[in-house]
Design a protein around this ligand. Structure first.
Ligand code: 13P
Length: 259
């Protein structure tokens, strides 16, 4: 008997892209994704100024789009912020929240990430909540403590029904942009731990997609995605190359059915 497992692959472009190269990338991704099986979800999180362009090129296709952060406020005198309802105006359905780069460089606390998650949910976006430990924290043996606290800070603010609408991404800080991915065993161990925390929140939350991020490439994606608690990936550098991103989506397709 074979069991269907849905997979989800989301690109995080970070602060990359210009109009001309975006057009080529989005068109190639839309075209390549069209041939993927239905159980593979694909999305791209672009810099906010390119939302209109992204909408115009992806609308009507199967690739979802969104942003990499949202404000903790819905509107008001918050210079430079982008509110979740503004993003929804451009057909977006995703927002990353709590990426380690925002936690580190913008001093975002676990509580702020939780509020941003609430704002995203209220606006109808799917928040992709990122958690992950630094190398020092891993070496000190506190990985579960760190990612557990980061996840709990979000879960405590949500009802079971709200929590069932999030996506969680485990991104070990030491694996991001370094070319040194977590091994599939390391990632699976943390995912199993996160799954148990989600399950403790309620039965409806047990199956939220748990993505792995951190140096996912075409040559390691399949091995990672084969792990029982890894439901796909959040892809940085490799999402900027259509061929690599689509190869990772194909790895998701190859692992979406287990016998
Ligand atoms: P890389 O895939 O470039 O390591 O980035 C991962 C990431 O931070 C995605 O959010």
């Amino acid at each position: 008997m074979s069991k269907q497992r849905a997979k989800l692959v989301i690109g995080n472009w970070k602060m990359h892209g210009r109009l001309a190269e975006n057009a080529a990338l989005l068109q190639a991704v839309a075209q390549g994704a069209a041939g993927l099986p239905a159980e593979v979800g694909v999305g791209v999180c672009v810099p906010s100024p390119y939302l209109a362009q992204t909408q115009s090129l992806l609308e009507g296709g199967r690739v979802l789009w969104g942003v990499q952060d949202v404000s903790a406020f819905t509107h008001g005198a918050y210079t430079g912020e982008v509110a979740a309802p503004m993003v929804v105006d451009f057909g977006a359905s995703l927002s990353i929240v709590g990426h380690s780069e925002r936690r580190a460089y913008h001093r975002e606390s676990a509580e702020l990430v939780a509020v941003k998650t609430q704002r995203a949910l209220e606006a109808g976006l799917t928040p992709v909540v990122c958690v992950g430990e630094t190398l020092e924290e891993r070496e000190a043996g506190s990985t579960e403590q760190v990612v557990g606290d980061q996840l709990d800070a979000v879960l405590v603010k949500l009802s079971e029904a709200e929590a069932a609408r999030i996506v969680v991404a485990y991104e070990p800080v030491w694996a991001i942009g370094t070319g040194q991915s977590a091994t599939s065993d390391q990632a699976q161990a943390v995912h199993a731990f996160l799954r148990s925390r989600l399950t403790a929140k309620g039965a409806a939350v047990a199956d939220v997609p748990l993505l792995y991020g951190g140096s996912v490439k075409p040559d390691n994606a399949e091995e990672l995605f084969r792990q029982p608690d890894i439901d796909g990936g959040l892809i940085g550098g490799a999402s900027l190359k259509a061929q690599d991103f689509l190869a990772i989506c194909k790895a998701a397709a190859a692992t979406s059915v287990v016998s």
